[in-house]
Design a protein around this ligand. Structure first.
Ligand code: NAD
Ligand code: LMR
Length: 339
């Protein structure tokens, strides 16, 4: 795999088994698309994160203002702003983690795939910059359609000779956040104890919550299962319609992205048992290169992808239906990046 981006304050340390490992003591995170609806609240949450030392904000517009504003918060995170292509190298140099929410959001009546025509090119050029300026960084891709943009990112990194599948993650954490909230509400549980794995992808029927695997264990009637599954699949559209033309989920997405960033950084720091659902290169589903499921995050990004648990017949049916759709989105991304 590609070399880990290291900063001056990283150091080698010996583990109890005598292996030398690199302890990353400073964590630079770059946000690409930092002035946007997701970017701004995400930047605020990361400015409050004790595991972040440097926060680089990049966008094509308004970054100076966002960075000046945020830099006045009295937390230890150093905030810097970068605007336009000629400054992107500064934002990315030395970053351990790059979070990418750049691109246009949906309006009512659109599918996520309708964003492809604009966002595919944005993701391609931003990941090209990452391949040049921070080839060892972990990338968290938020820009939609995630089911295609992750494939685009992978192709760009392959072309540059720096692709490490462990370091490319499509962010599906919002689906888990929503599933946890809706299940807790439906069952009168304390939401902080609820964990619902969500697999597949991040659009419509490709979002598959595993309600047979909820922790703590709960039982549902089949109409509850169908109702909750549909609500979780349509939750993005629920927000798009409520915002009525003013965009899609930004605050809940920033919350979910901050959780994903935190877990990624904890993994990089060597913490054990860090798990999140994410859309990654995977052999879990036959015929697909990328698939969302629970992954273990470690010192080099994705450390392990456990096999899927035993699915209920309903979940298996849903999985069989979503695979061809995911395959189409993947192929569309690959074709775009190869053209
Ligand atoms: P937004 O329009 O509010 O913000 C997008 C930002 O990206 C803007 O500040 C814009 O200037 C910037 N941008 C555009 N082109 C850029 C480029 N080439 N380089 C750097 N920055 C660039 O949109 P938003 O609400 O923040 O949503 C952003 C994206 O995230 C959309 O594609 C949306 O569909 C997606 N999204 C994904 C999830 C998910 O779960 N993965 C959830 C919500 C939204
Ligand atoms: C979401 O799930 O909220 C995002 O993918 C944005 C959208 O377009 O729904």
């Amino acid at each position: 795999g590609g070399a880990r981006a290291l900063c001056a304050c990283s150091r080698m340390r010996a583990t109890r088994r005598g292996r030398l490992v690199v302890a990353v003591r400073c964590s630079k995170v770059a946000i690409l698309g930092a002035s946007g609806g997701i970017g701004q609240p995400l930047a605020l949450l990361l400015k409050m994160n004790k595991n972040v030392t440097d926060l680089a904000l990049y966008d094509i517009a308004n970054t100076a203002g966002v960075a000046a504003d945020l830099s006045h918060c009295n937390t230890g995170v150093k905030v810097t702003g970068y605007t336009g292509e000629e400054e992107i190298g500064g934002a990315l140099a030395g970053a351990q983690l790059v979070v990418i929410p750049a691109g246009v959001p949906r309006k009512p009546g659109m599918t996520r795939d309708d964003l492809f025509s604009i966002n595919a090119g944005i993701v391609k050029s931003l990941v090209e910059a990452c391949s040049k300026h921070c080839p060892g960084a972990v990338l968290n891709i938020i820009s939609n359609p995630v089911n295609s943009t992750v494939a685009i990112a992978a192709e760009v990194l392959k072309k540059a000779g720096v692709y490490d599948p462990k370091k490319l993650l499509g962010v599906t954490a919002l689906d888990v956040v929503r599933a946890n909230t809706f299940v807790a509400e439906a069952k009168g549980l304390d939401v902080k104890d609820v964990d619902v794995p969500v697999i597949g992808g991040h659009a419509g029927i490709t979002i598959l919550p595993l309600l047979s695997q909820v922790s703590p264990s709960v039982s549902f009637t089949s109409s509850e299962i169908e109702g909750l599954t549909t609500r979780i699949q349509n939750a993005g559209t629920e927000v798009v319609e409520a915002k009525a033309g003013a965009g899609s989920a930004t605050l809940s997405m920033a919350y979910a992205a901050a959780r994903m960033a935190e877990s990624t950084l904890l993994g990089l720091k060597g913490e054990s048992n860090v798990m999140e659902c994410a859309f990654v290169e995977s052999k879990v589903a036959e015929g697909l290169s990328y698939f969302a499921s629970k992954v273990v995050l470690g010192p080099n990004g994705v450390a392990d992808i456990p096999p899927l648990p035993a699915l209920s017949p309903y979940e298996q049916q849903c999985l069989d239906k979503l695979i061809p759709e995911l395959a189409k989105s993947e192929a569309k991304g690959v074709a775009f990046a190869s053209a």
